[in-house]
Design a protein around this ligand. Sequence first.
Ligand SMILES: [Fe+2]
Ligand SMILES: [Fe+2]
Length: 256
Amino acid sequence: MNKETLLYEDGVHKCVMFSLEDEDQAENSLSVNQFLIIQGDSAIVIDPGSGSIFSELYEAIGRHIDPLKIKYIFFSHQDPDVAGAIAEWSVATSAKLIMSGLWTRFMSHYGLTDSSRIIALPDHGGRIPFKEGYVQFIPAHFLHSPGNFSLYDSRSKIVFSGDIGAAILSPQNLNKQVDDFESHRPFLESFHQRYMAANAFCRAWVREVKRYEVDMIAPQHGSLFRGPDAAAFLEWFENVEGGLEHLDELYLAKIE
Ligand SMILES: [Fe+2]
Ligand SMILES: [Fe+2]
């Protein structure tokens, strides 16, 4: 399986997806994607994942840019498949570590000793300039984590959506781009219905994302959505029913 996919390149700016995970992957598991944005001599890493892939990802990034040039590492939320290796990254780079302010106090439990490295995002998110463009932190709260952001890169027009858009695919079905949204939809449904909090949050996120020109949606698990498939995904996600809409089912499970 190709573990590296070039998502965007214009000679100045480049976005790369790595798909590193534990080799012996079970059926219907979640594949995990990590992302790198490079412009000139500066870089941003998105959702670098757990300690089990740290060395491999560090080396893979090093083939594109000196890891000491990583300016920011963004964590969409606090999960181990996103932030588990935050301590290793803090030592191996001099990057600022960007995440929701809700999670900063928990990072010492992943072994992070220097909390001054963290940039804590307020709930409404924010924007930081990145060379000739910017990256925008779009609120994605409760989708699924209570303190959660997607990252929009203004130059590539990619939304790095974290767990939003995650697909549960068997290893043989892993393809890195959705060719036809309708045939991909079944792989999205159970994950979103159980992990997303409520439809109101899905609608708020779609409303916010639509303020930007979007060419691609790149989730942390599963396949990429480009062009018309990104639009079809937004239309579908706007109507996703989450935990709140299925509350009764969650509590009415039979006790044998
Ligand atoms: Fe997660
Ligand atoms: Fe995840």
